[in-house]
Design a protein around this ligand. Structure first.
Ligand SMILES: [Zn+2]
Length: 482
């Protein structure tokens, strides 16, 4: 048994925090976690600091604000490997995604190219989480609904602090399920409980660093991870078909390579399928598997983590689903660090009995060539963190000088995959920027530039079919509105 103090704090002045906020059905988090863990977790809820806003008071917060508030709240030493004080922070809303109701932000590692290059991010893992009351009020205006949602989200996020993950989409509702869109769960839904598999993990809290807060990075369950790939017997004889491709198949680790993913049906199949809209490594149910040259197989580590919102996509012969995923970077840095042959495949858990397994793609990671001038120029242009961010998020940097460096790069390296990928990313980033800029003239300039960049790559043999289609679609919608 371990005793854990959960300290409540607020970073926003004037929030409407209900009395005993982390309870549902008049049962508080202490009781829920004690029952679910077979009394292994003894949680104390400490609201004595809740009255004084942690300074500075902010309405919309970013991860860094939350990390800073958390260390003030818990006061845990930065070298701790297991902690007995965790924090739950109340705030207005989460700036990068204002509709998010709660967030487990403390992964214990940072995304290598994150703007906030500070130690808070890779300090102690799983020390706390946050709840966003303005966002909750927005979708739950009615008082009872508001209170229920706060209690549910608080227990859900605390579950993440104990390293619990979202359940498979086919499981019945539980605390770790995504919230409903139109209302909060009530006791009639049966969602106020932890699944047996989660209870089995919580029971090991005092024994296992993979559950104990601070003991391992978020989502790293070590030996407790279910052997989710090879274990289950699954019928794949019919249903949607998952396939992947990477182009080019040979590249240096810093080249902005994307994985193209396609969901379709077998040729001649006349039916259609509804598939959860989770084709993104930010969902646990979609996994990209990487086999390194030494034979080791691991999962691609997404820097993001999403809660499924219940949306589904329809897939049929007439309407296949495509998307591309930047895979050259992952949480922690570049994805491919060893030169040599790698194999990639993807899996999508599309229901309890339906695991889709893609084809396998062989790629070759080129060894570094520090004596080669072309290699050095490419490396120097592509490895700047702000450039990596632009290529990964396709969001333009505020500095025009930096975009200029990339433009020059794409001109100089004209007939290469990287040049085409950079130009495509610039085109999309400029298009996004054009929509956001208030100044009409500047917006039109950006739009013209974006159209030119996308036109230059349209039909290019160096871009994947998917990106060619996106470029085409963006160009036609642009000319329609201009
Ligand atoms: Zn969640």
């Amino acid at each position: 048994m371990i005793a854990i103090r959960c300290i409540l704090g607020s970073v926003t002045d004037g929030l409407q925090v209900p009395d005993s906020p982390i309870s549902v059905d008049d049962i508080d988090a202490r009781q829920w976690f004690s029952d679910a863990s077979g009394q292994d977790i003894e949680l104390t809820i400490d609201d004595t600091l809740l009255g004084d806003t942690i300074r500075p008071s902010l309405r919309d917060v970013e991860s860094l604000d939350l990390h800073r508030a958390l260390s003030k709240l818990t006061n845990n030493p930065s070298s701790a490997t297991k902690v007995q004080r965790i924090g739950l922070i109340f705030a207005g809303s989460y700036k990068p995604k204002p509709t998010v109701l709660g967030l487990m932000f403390d992964w214990g590692k940072k995304f290598a190219f994150d703007r906030h290059d500070t130690s808070e991010f890779h300090g102690v893992a799983r020390e706390g989480c946050a709840i966003f009351l303005d966002a909750i009020r927005q979708i739950r205006p009615q008082e009872d609904d508001y209170r229920r949602q706060i209690g549910f989200t608080a227990i859900h996020e605390l579950g993440h602090v104990f390293n619990l993950q979202h359940p498979d989409v086919s499981e019945p509702p539980s605390f770790m399920s995504p919230s409903l869109q139109n209302r909060a769960y009530t006791s009639q839904d049966g969602a106020y409980r932890f699944l047996t598999s989660d209870q089995q993990l919580l029971c090991q809290c005092s024994q296992s660093p993979y559950i104990w807060p601070g003991g391992s990075t978020f989502r790293d369950l070590g030996p407790l991870a279910a052997a989710d790939f090879a274990s289950s017997e699954i019928d794949n004889s019919d249903g949607p078909v998952l396939s992947i491709d990477v182009s080019p198949r040979e590249f240096w680790p810093f080249e902005p390579v994307e994985l193209d993913v396609q969901l379709t049906v077998k040729s001649g199949c006349k039916s259609w399928y509804r598939v959860p809209d989770i084709v993104d490594p930010g969902y646990e149910q979609f996994t990209i598997w990487i086999q390194a040259p030494n034979g080791e197989v691991r999962k691609y580590r997404s820097p993001r983590h999403y809660c499924w919102n219940g949306n589904r996509i329809t897939v049929s012969a007439a309407k296949p689903f495509y998307r591309d995923i930047s895979i050259f970077v992952e949480a922690g840095g570049y994805t491919f660090n060893q030169a040599g042959t790698h194999f990639l495949h993807a899996t999508l858990q599309a229901g309890s009995k339906r695991l889709l397994v893609s084809n396998r793609v062989e790629i070759y990671i080129r060894p570094s060539r520090p004596n080669d001038a072309k290699y050095r120029r490419m490396r120097d242009a592509l490895t700047k963190p702000s450039h990596v961010r632009l290529m990964y998020y396709r969001r333009a940097s505020s500095s025009q000088r930096e975009t200029k460096v990339l433009e020059e790069f794409s001109n100089d390296f004209g007939k290469t995959n990287s040049a085409a990928a950079v130009r495509y990313a610039l085109g999309r980033a400029n298009m996004k920027a054009a929509e956001l800029v208030k100044n009409r003239k500047r917006s039109q300039e950006l739009m013209t530039k974006a159209s030119r960049q996308l036109e230059e790559v349209s039909g290019s043999p160096f871009l994947s079919e998917h990106r060619l289609r996106v470029a085409e679609r963006l160009l036609s919608s642009d000319s329609g509105t201009a």
